[in-house]
Design a protein around this ligand. Sequence first.
Ligand code: GLN
Length: 321
Amino acid sequence: MESDYRQRGSKAAAFTDEQLQSAVDEALELGRQAASKGTVATYIPELGKARPEAVGLYIVTDDGRKCKAGDTGIHFTMQSVSKVISLAMALEVRGADEVFRHVGMEPSGEAFNSIVELDFQRNMPYNPMINSGAITVESLIIDYKPFDDMLDFARKICMDPEITLNRQVYLSEMATCDRNRAIAYLLKSKGVITTNVDHSIELYTKMCSINVTAHSLANLGLLLANGGIDPLTKERLIKPETAKIIKTIMLTCGMYDGSGQYAVEVGIPTKSGVGGGLLAVAGTDMGIGSYGPALDEKGNSYAGKVMLKYLVDKLKLHIFD
Ligand code: GLN
């Protein structure tokens, strides 16, 4: 049964190395053109130093193939892509029932840092992929996993021992994150979070400031594609249920208020961050990571979206294709 399922979800196996590499090269070309339409985030001052024209794309497959193009050596901070890692840890240590008692699983249709609907419409965050939801998730793990454990977990599930904290970005965001603090205090006033607000904000901001490359994100995509097992070592790193929930929430909520259109046009589980990263999952055997810090008006990488759309069309990756 399991092997049938895996074969049905197999995407990469149908393509030769050359076909995959040329799809990546062509996507990069389009990504480079698209980058000029976006702008780098500056509300976290340190992020404003990124080169808007930088673009990189990385694919890894479960049979060990790697295809890359462009600026794949650049380190950048995960920002909201880290919400996937925090959610994974929360599901592993607290279980899905407990997590979803504190945070919903519905798309919000609002900006990632929205605060209004939290006060007026609901008494808990819409989902774990927006700031209010992720701050809530951090509050659920903080007494179980200090940041050093989270960093180790990130290194493990991204299969990248070189992942570190970017201290400049962390300090820059800590100095400017009044809105996130406001969200956290509102959550505390409603009893959604019960832990210390400062500690939850520190953990949230440190997670956002984890430095990765497009390769690290592609590796995490492959782990999720493969149901939580490292395809090379065969080691199970997260439970299959955790991988399933995360992929579903990435598909419905991973691009904030651009998630619906992205699901129609691209249609694979993807998570963005304002550092310019995209983490994407294709079928059961492919992970994709991209970098492009020039963002659209919703905070999603312009080049990343264009490259992912190209790959999906060319390789027939859309989940309903
Ligand atoms: N650290 C960022 C923030 O809280 C993350 C937002 C994002 O990547 N969309 O604003």
